[in-house]
Design a binder for this molecule. Sequence first.
Ligand code: ADP
Length: 403
Amino acid sequence: MKILVINTGSSSIKYQLFDMDTQAPLSMGFAEKIGETEGFLRHIKFFSNKDKKEHDIHAPIENHQKGLDLILGLLTDHEWGVIQDKSEITAVGHRVVHGGEQFHTPTLINDAVIDAIKKNIPLAPLHNPPNLLGIEVALTHLPEAKQVAVFDTAFHHGLPAKAFMYALPYELYEKEKVRRYGFHGTSHGYVADHAAQMLEKPISSLKIITIHLGNGASMAAVDGGICVDTSMGMTPLEGLIMGTRTGDVDPALPFFLANHLKMTLSQIDTLLNKQSGLKGVCGSNDMREVIEKYKAGDQKAQLAFDMYAYRIKKYIGAYYAILGGLDALVFTAGIGENSSEVRSSCLSGLNHLGIVLDEAKNNERSRQARAIQTSESSVSILVIPTNEELKIARETLMVLEPV
Ligand code: ADP
């Protein structure tokens, strides 16, 4: 069975086609700058695990309809294709950022589900509209395929009220659903499952902290497979310091910015979401550049790096406390998988908690899932490459063929 996974942004479509018999990707790629004057599409065809070929197209992509047209054309192309006909695609798994309170499992899409995702737009005004557009476009291009929504918030469904409530008037929760939801759920769920496999123990017996450090960054405390707390909140702005987002700040900060600096709401929104984080402190939101700069003596880059790692360390302490013990810490996503510097800095001085990093193992470069703790560490420290697309494909399959 072939499952196509789609992740639609406001000007992009990322895709991956899986053969679910082997769970291997046949093809993947992305279209970006959709609707702009210069569009770009990269299509990758896999011949085997290691052997692949890339095909780039530089041309305007008018809209998402045209984008998916182009993608399906490539998937069935005589040279670049991996299937004969689009009818071979049994199902499409869609990443949907915000499932609100009603969606906590992958869901077969019908009109009622589309309406419910629309109702959650106020909670995710930047993400849910393009996700919906992706669903509509896929419905028109692949009307025979089953369409499944996999929600980024779903894994955090198990948060207890004491973790998900804000200390605001209760009516705001009752009437407007103002609460913490958490994001990156597909990734946290994937790496937590993978960690249990690596430790050869049932996930129901494990206490795990998962640390997803990409452009966006978040952590989750996972107790027996259930996420009991996570660092992002009602929106992805809360929690860790990110590439361009502040993470936690004093909620009174916007009053100062508005009253004292006369900033508008939209300027404050842009400041906190797009001009802050690593970029705000040292001018670069790319961790590779931040590290290069601090190694060359740039003090602001050093500060940005130290702040970034310090915030992670604080959350490790908090989650260790609420879990009441710890079996494994898992690093994932671009920075978590690749930056030995970040891992080393945020785990320094945690020996008294049984968290002891093996620096030599930490410095080894590898794309494989691996353990990097010393033999005396009671906590396993794992680096696990995330694979949100595979997780979406697996969850889509589970909707079609429940076990
Ligand atoms: P996204 O959230 O967009 O999926 P990624 O998971 O790809 O992002 O992570 C992007 C981040 O990973 C960037 O900050 C980038 O600098 C960082 N990164 C990638 N490779 C390395 C590396 N070798 N060392 C440090 N950071 C890295």
